[in-house]
Design a binder for this molecule. Structure first.
Ligand SMILES: [Zn+2]
Ligand SMILES: [Zn+2]
Length: 257
């Protein structure tokens, strides 16, 4: 079992120390653990409440490098970030990725085209504009070639109990793009865990389409607590669920570093 979607306390809505995540992952039998906390962005004059600040990035990386070394005989740690597609900041992200020799980036669309005084997209049913932005950000983000996979692609279906044609077409566009780029779509366990709260993602309809188009898939915990990494049942049941649909999730990302 591997997982590339792990947050840290720095995003202010995840809990536990970095080391506790590593220990929990080892306990759970995870062989490769990717940290992908919410990326900072180079704002001029804005403070986000759901991500680290730009000046925390070095410490985040140093802490993980230390743990990577300390636990190298028990687990393989990869250092990454979860990023939105913010067009104006893509050059900064590219530079940050290269300068810090990060192992990987994942794409997760929460805001567009920035989060400076822009509302979180998934707090309530989407209006037309938000819907269009979500679709655009997924497609354009995947097309950059910078990301290893698309996290929670079906998050836009959170408040959609049954897809109409508009949602179906958007789903197919995302899935076809992922397929053509050979970029995995993430079956998100954190969403699954909270699905009972009246949310509709992961969406059965969406994942049936993923199976129809035979698009690459990966399971991600999206852990916001160390404890969550030990939810082995959730992982195993999801694997079975996907298998029943005819989807064989990718076990491991082939990272350059
Ligand atoms: Zn996310
Ligand atoms: Zn996440």
């Amino acid at each position: 079992m591997n997982n590339y979607h792990t947050h840290t306390y720095r995003c202010m809505h995840a809990f536990g120390s970095d080391e506790e995540y590593v220990k929990a992952a080892i306990k759970a039998g995870i062989k490769e653990l990717g940290f992908s906390d919410h990326t900072p962005w180079p704002y001029d004059n804005f403070k986000s409440h759901m991500r680290m600040e730009e000046n925390q990035l070095t410490e985040y990386i140093e802490s993980l490098v230390y743990l990577k070394d300390k636990y190298s005989n028990k687990i393989c740690i990869k250092i990454g970030l979860e990023c939105e597609y913010f067009p104006d900041y893509i050059p900064w992200l590219k530079e940050t990725y290269e300068k810090n020799k990060l192992d990987f980036l994942i794409l997760g669309i929460h805001f567009y085209p920035t989060d400076q005084n822009v509302k979180y997209m998934h707090a309530k049913p989407m209006d037309e504009n938000t819907f269009n932005n979500y679709l655009l950000a997924c497609i354009k983000g995947m097309e950059t070639g910078m990301f290893e996979y698309l996290a929670h692609p079906d998050l836009f279906l959170r408040f959609v109990p049954k897809m109409d044609k508009k949602y179906q077409d958007a789903s197919i566009k995302i899935i076809k793009k992922a397929k053509s780029l050979d970029l995995p779509l993430e079956y998100n366990l954190n969403s699954l865990y909270y699905k009972s709260n009246g949310f509709h993602n992961p969406s059965d309809e969406f994942w049936k389409l993923v199976a129809d188009y035979n698009a690459p898939t990966i399971i991600g915990f999206d852990a916001h607590s160390p404890q969550f990494l030990t939810e082995r049942e959730l992982y195993i049941n999801s694997k079975k669920y996907l298998k029943n649909l005819g989807i064989k999730p990718l076990k491991k990302l082939e990272l350059k570093s």
